[in-house]
Design a protein around this ligand. Sequence first.
Ligand code: FAD
Length: 334
Amino acid sequence: ALLGRASLSINCRGRPGHFLSTLAILEQRDGQLNAGSLSAFTAAKKLGGTVHGFIAGSSIAAAAAQAAKVEGVEQIVTVENDAYEKGLPESYAPLLVENIKKGNYTHVVGGHTAFGKNVLPRVAALLDSQQISDITGIQDEKTFVRPIYAGNAIATVESSDAVKVITIRGTAFAPATAEAGSASIVPGADPKAGSTTEWLSEDLAKSDRPDLATASKVVSGGRGLKSKEEFDKVMLPLADALGAAVGASRAAVDSGYADNSLQVGQTGKVVAPQLYMAVGISGAIQHLAGMKDSKVIAAINKDADAPIFQVADVGLVGDLFEKVPELTEKVKSS
Ligand code: FAD
């Protein structure tokens, strides 16, 4: 079956752990705590034991103060140094290792983001641990659940490494609320490790629409849109009427209809909004890997046999160029 799930167990070699304590790695941009960091706290709390947070960069006081308000967190370890602002892995990984050793943590948890994927495997290697990536569930302190083969099988992995280094899938752990907590904020160790890599610049896609990764509604367009002009003409008014983020299939991105940052799927973003609307998208497994955990999936496709209808809760068979503008008008007037 398209989404049939197999279960398998993998044992990672290593030494037995000691008293459970977790360091949640927090991400920030320009002093603002990244929303996904709050999901790392949720996973850390689920592990049980002591929970600390770690944040580093140029101007991190406000982000640290926000993190300190997460209930159940005892301490936020901070390292204020411009060298760590952009999270370059060559300097950030030794920084983390120093602080993990100092705090004697048994678990390290971060987001399965570009930053987490870049830094945490290096941390695991430096600690001689097996990296545990992209988990969607925690069974106990050494047993974790993670999708493999683009979500077509679910592996249950057990690690006996002394320090477990884990990245979490943000959509599987709701963000912790930062309200009632009162963690202490303490300076961490700064090994001042140099880096052979220098940060030059970044180009960020800017949009007034909700962020694709965290939006509660997403409308995605596929190759069925036929051109960039039609994509913009048909999909953007629908997104604005619903207050939704815009996504796209890889075929739409590769054909130049939508920006690369909008790609949903195995090699794009993984989203799990309340509503995911797939327009002119066939439903290839690589696309489903990025959206099949959405709460409600609606699909518009002219082909009644398109595989997207196998995962859709609501399906409309018809020409998108007719149906979407009609739907947009109905949403606007409702
Ligand atoms: P198509 O498969 O061409 O489907 C277009 C659909 O539009 C059809 O179902 C058609 O019936 C419908 N349509 C056409 N005209 C109309 C109309 N007027 N009205 C209504 N419906 C219409 N894909 C991703 O999306 N994300 C990924 O991250 C991703 N990663 C990949 C990684 C690998 C290693 C590989 C090999 C592939 C990956 N792909 C990914 C590509 C994936 O296999 C598909 O090729 C892609 O998802 C197809 O995009 P699509 O559904 O837009 O196009």
